[in-house]
Design a binder for this molecule. Structure first.
Ligand code: PMP
Length: 356
C-alpha cells in the first residue's frame, strides 16, 4: 500500500482516516454482515427482469429516481418531495455529514455504527462520542448536556442500536430529539426497524431539522441491490439532493425496489422468522457457561466471550463466519452474529457450546 506521505494532494483528514473495517472471507455459514439469509424470491426476480428488459438501457434513468420516490412515498405515507434516495443508506450518511460541513460538529454515542465516525473523520468534523450506558441504552442526560452546548452539527441516533441491538424506549428517543432541537440536524437511523417493530416517522414528520434513514439491505433482503432512503421535509430534501450525484439510481435497482414494494408479504414473513430465530438463539445462548449474549431487537446478536480472537477462530474452523466487534469502546471480547437460516443458527449454537 502507498504511504500517506506520498499523496500530498489528499486532504490530511482523509489520509488519517482508516478504511472501512471489513475483510471479505469465505465460509460455509456467512453470519458477519447482518444480511437477510434469504435471497430475493425467484418469482419476484422474474418480474424485475421483465421490467428491466423492457427498459431502455441506453437512456439515463430518472434524474432523482422520481418515480421510485413516489412509490416509496406511497408505501411510507410520505411526501415524495421529502424523500432522497441513494445506493445504500451509507451514501446518505456521507452526504448528510457533508451538509454540516468541514469543521462542524458531529455527535453520536459510543460504541456506534462505524460509518458515522469514518465520514466525520474524513470530513475533518469535530466528532464527539458520548458513552452508552452499560446495557447499551442511550445516556439521555449526558447527550442532553452535549446537545445543550449547541450545534450547528449532525447528531446520529440509531434505533435499534448497532452494534448492540438495543432498542431505547420511546421516551428516551423523544427526549434526545427534543434536546437537539436548538440547532442540530438529527439523523435517526432505522436500518433494522422492522425487526424491532419500531417506527419513529411521526417524530420526524414536518421537522426541518430531522431526517429518518431506512434501507432495503436488511429486512427486504436486497443488500446487493443497494438502496437507502431519507425521509424528511421537502426543504431539507432539496438541499440534501444537491449533494447526491444525478442519475444515481440505476434501472435494475429501481425496478427491484418497485417490485419489492408491490409484494411486501415476503419481507414480513422473513422478519417474522428472523425475530423467532433471534429469540431462540438468544434463549439457548443465555445458557452458555462463559459467553454473555445481549438482548437484541435487530437481526443480529452481540455476544461477549472471554477471548474474542479464540472464539472467532473456533467458529471459523467450524465454517461459521461472524464479525469481530472487540475493538470498540466497552466491547472487549465481543462478537456479532447475524441471525441466519434455522440450520445455520443450529450450527452456530452447536459450535458455541463446543467452544465453552
Ligand atoms: N445504518 C446502520 C446502523 C447499519 O448497520 C447499516 C448496514 N450495516 C447501514 C446504515 C447501511 O446500510 P446500507 O448502506 O446497506 O443501506
Amino acid at each position: 500500500m502507498t504511504t500517506s506521505q506520498s499523496l500530498p494532494s489528499v486532504r490530511e483528514a482523509v489520509r488519517r482516516t482508516p478504511a472501512y473495517p471489513f475483510t471479505p472471507i469465505d465460509a460455509r455459514y456467512k453470519l458477519d454482515q447482518n444480511e437477510n439469509p434469504y435471497d430475493f424470491p425467484e418469482e419476484l426476480k422474474v418480474l424485475v427482469w421483465e421490467r428491466v428488459r423492457s427498459a431502455e438501457w441506453n437512456r439515463y434513468p430518472d434524474i432523482h429516481a422520481d418515480h421510485l420516490r413516489e412509490v416509496i412515498g406511497r408505501y411510507e405515507d410520505w411526501d415524495p418531495k421529502g424523500i432522497v434516495i441513494t445506493p445504500g443508506s451509507n451514501v446518505l450518511i456521507q452526504k448528510i455529514t457533508e451538509l454540516a460541513g468541514i469543521g462542524q460538529k458531529v455527535l453520536t454515542v459510543k460504541p456506534t455504527f462505524a460509518i458515522y465516525q469514518l465520514e466525520a473523520s474524513m470530513l475533518g468534523a469535530n466528532l464527539t462520542q458520548v458513552p452508552l450506558n452499560p446495557d447499551f441504552s442511550m445516556p439521555v442526560e449526558d447527550l442532553g448536556r452535549e446537545l445543550a452546548a449547541g450545534g450547528p452539527g449532525v447528531f446520529y441516533v440509531t434505533e435499534p442500536h448497532a452494534p448492540s441491538g438495543f432498542l431505547d424506549d420511546r421516551a428516551a428517543v423523544e427526549a434526545v430529539l427534543e434536546a437537539a432541537s436548538n440547532s442540530w440536524l438529527t439523523v435517526l437511523d432505522e436500518a433494522y426497524h422492522q425487526y424491532a417493530g419500531c417506527d419513529h416517522r411521526d417524530l420526524i414528520r414536518g421537522r426541518e431539522d430531522r431526517v429518518l434513514l431506512r434501507t432495503f439491505s436488511k429486512a427486504w433482503g436486497l443488500a446487493g441491490i443497494r438502496l437507502g432512503y431519507a425521509l424528511t421535509t421537502p426543504a431539507l430534501a432539496t438541499e440534501l439532493q444537491k449533494l447526491v450525484p444525478a442519475f444515481n439510481i440505476n434501472v435494475l435497482t429501481a425496478a427491484t425496489v418497485e417490485v419489492a414494494l408491490e409484494n411486501p408479504a415476503y419481507m414480513h414473513e422473513r422478519v417474522r422468522e428472523g425475530v423467532a430465530e433471534r429469540e431462540r438463539v438468544y434463549a439457548r445462548l443465555s445458557e452458555h457457561p462463559t459467553w454473555q449474549v445481549y438482548p437484541s431487537r435487530t437481526n443480529f446478536l452481540l455476544i461477549r466471550t472471554p477471548d474474542a480472537s479464540a472464539a472467532y477462530r473456533g467458529l471459523l474452523e467450524r465454517g461459521l463466519l461472524v464479525r469481530r466487534q472487540d475493538s470498540g469502546y466497552t466491547l472487549e471480547g465481543c462478537l456479532r452474529m447475524g441471525i441466519g437460516k434455522p440450520h445455520e443458527n443450529d450450527a452456530f449454537l452447536e459450535a458455541a457450546f463446543e467452544l465453552s
